[in-house]
Ligand binder design. Structure first.
Ligand code: SF4
Ligand code: SF4
Ligand code: FES
Length: 370
């Protein structure tokens, strides 16, 4: 049976079909049900769910509030990839004749249909202390002004609407549910990089604990699926760089990162054969000798001696020195993705230049009268 909403003047209607995973946690019943509706051509996935709920099946459960990509309530999966339902236009999909499968977000317990329990998500956000620790209790006599440049360090992280789409797609959380995960770590960077916060080192130490930043597998799915351009993986990379800069490098992940930098600087090459002895120590290397010999026998690793040196190794050394000279060995050294480049363009249009001096996380804001 199909139903029709009145189209807005000038618009037409389209036929939209969805298959939705229906689930009841109380009974354990699960069923993939198909729904067909006729809807105005401007509809989003959320609008289609509303039509189904209003006209066909009032028992369908999903979350929503703002309908405009602000509240973060309507995260769900379409064909296995997390989306915000209110951001997903249905026109192209309906025109192609494809019938998408709608399911709840991953890595969170399902309560009913498309509604997941966000409790584990909020626990992790809470664990990174998502509030400012300015180091003073009294109300400031003067307004403490933070410049746009200082906020640029955490501009992307501040965009998070806590929808959970990144958590839904996180490969590391799938194998280790205790991993803090992309949303909480992006929130962590939002405060580590805030010039008003006085606890960056303490925060970095916490985030370097077990299940912290170094457990990320760098799959970049969180960047891929985040509907707001937060790029949580970039935030995690910034936390790693800041940690190493502050000398917080006890985790194996930090040791790996440091070795890779050293290796690239000295030979222009990632000498993976030396990775284990240099980062895990000789004892661990000896224990893994048989494994290493098997790899070598199958041509999977080059012989460690003499080390292979790239023809133009001076270029990687010059790059290393440049990064050092420019002081970009912390968060500012992280190469940003296309989202950030788009924002730089926007900033320049708004009258600021990308060549304006950048501010390091943790640098005190100069008072305007100074
Ligand atoms: S980082 Fe992006 S995907 Fe993750 S919770 Fe925030 S807005 Fe959602
Ligand atoms: S890049 Fe890291 S945090 Fe992001 S989805 Fe992959 S494992 Fe998770
Ligand atoms: S309903 Fe608020 S983000 Fe979609």
């Amino acid at each position: 049976m199909s139903h029709q909403l009145a189209p807005a003047p000038g618009s037409t209607t389209i036929e939209v079909s969805l298959k939705i995973w229906r689930y009841d946690a109380d009974t354990g019943e699960k069923e993939l049900k198909r729904y067909d509706v006729e809807a105005p051509d401007w509809v989003t996935l959320l609008d289609v769910l509303d039509i189904i709920k209003d006209r066909q099946d009032g028992t369908l459960a999903y979350r929503k509030s703002c309908r405009m990509m602000i509240c973060g309530s309507c995260g769900m999966r379409m064909d296995g990839a997390a989306v915000l339902a209110c951001k997903t236009r249905m026109w192209d999909i309906a025109q192609s004749g494809h019938v998408p499968v709608i399911s709840p977000m991953g890595n969170l317990p399902v309560i009913k249909d498309l509604v997941v329990d966000m409790g584990p998500f909020w626990n992790k956000i809470r664990a990174v202390k998502p509030w400012l620790e300015p180091g003073y209790d009294e109300v400031a006599e003067k307004e403490r002004i933070v410049s746009q440049q200082q906020m640029n360090v955490i501009q992307k992280e501040a965009l998070c609407i806590m929808c959970g789409c990144c958590v839904s797609e996180c490969n590391s959380m799938e194998s280790d549910p205790e991993f803090l995960g992309p949303a909480a770590l992006a929130k962590g960077m939002r405060f580590v990089g805030d010039v008003r916060d006085q606890t960056a080192v303490e925060r970095l130490n916490d985030l370097n604990s077990e299940h912290g930043i170094w457990d990320c597998t760098r799959c970049y799915f969180c960047n891929e699926r985040c509907p707001k351009g937060v790029d949580p993986r970039d935030a995690i990379a910034k936390l790693g760089a800041e940690s190493v800069k502050q000398g917080i490098d006890h985790d194996m992940g930090a040791k790996h990162a440091k070795w890779f930098v050293h290796s690239a600087k000295t030979t222009g090459w990632l000498r993976e054969t030396e990775l284990v002895p240099k980062t895990q120590g000789i004892v661990s290397a000896i224990k893994q000798t048989k494994f290493a010999l098997d790899l070598a026998r199958h041509g999977k690793v080059p012989p460690p001696f003499p080390p292979h040196v790239a023809d133009r190794v001076q270029e990687s050394r010059a790059l290393y020195n440049l990064v050092k000279e420019q002081g970009r060995d912390g968060a500012l050294g992280i190469v940003q993705g296309e989202h950030a480049l788009g924002r730089i363009e926007f900033t320049e249009e708004a009258g600021m230049k990308s060549s304006d001096p950048e501010i390091q996380p943790g640098v005190e804001p100069p008072h305007p009268e100074e």
